[in-house]
Design a protein around this ligand. Sequence first.
Ligand code: PBG
Length: 307
Amino acid sequence: MVRETVVSPADLVMPLFIHAGKDRTAPIKAMPGISRITADLAVRECVELYRLGIPAVLLFGIPDSKDAKGSGAWDKNGVVQNAVRAIKKEVPAMVVITDVCLCEYTSHGHCGVVHKEKVLNDPTLDLLARMAVSHAQAGADIVAPSDMMDGRVGFLRKKLDTAGFIDTSILAYSAKYASAFYGPFRDAADSAPSFGDRASYQMDPANAREAMREVRLDIEEGADMVMVKPALAYLDIIRRIRDSFDVPLAAYNVSGEYSMVKAAGAQKLLDEKRTTLEVLTAIKRAGADIIITYHAREAASWLTRKG
Ligand code: PBG
């Protein structure tokens, strides 16, 4: 009766890693319990997630082949585009969010166009817009740019509108830190940069005021929702943004945060269920409306089970 914060399955978003083909599952070593799956299996997964009360999924694509520009990213029949169409056909009420970033599609693993080992901001925007429009054409409800290039939200909004997708929302990864907690994801998406790091476009973990600036710019450019990522080491950032802005706020409980709990749980160092629910409650208490978490499916079944 006096509890101030209640996590429910309706707060959760489940990320899915999609690869090509049919009925093929490839477990991700660095993320126990998570696999790369094909579009048909993603549809089945969505039926189950929806039954558990999870309203949305976030799709990442792992293409069969990569190149310097990441051209698989805007292929009409790319892995994500096919999965979006299949999910929206079979589970139309499931909100489909797509990750818009080139790093899963580029041979060098960076999130933008590379010239002489430098990531170029402006030439990247065109490619991101092609990707976002192709996701919208496939039926995505929300596109989520995670690249951290400057000016991308306004650019994508304009290109989406021009292409007729005035109702496609933008969830901006506004405060995305250059974090060690993304380690397992880069194994999952095979997207570790082949040289250098992402510190020239992702944020310094030491900076909080900069996060406010990034959020303000994204909202001015047309972001419908903003995100803080990772979540656990950045609860103060979530709180600050919640106190200063009134758009929906998402927090990404990233791969490293997930795998830490899984690994400790498997070794019986921690109680996985209690730890997970405590983490999710803390993220919500800090001010997040939406929690993107690899624990979504398990957490939803824990939360809905009676007794
Ligand atoms: C792509 C992207 C990353 C994540 C989401 N989108 C990786 C990165 O920036 O290297 C990380 C998600 C996670 O760790 O769970 N730019």
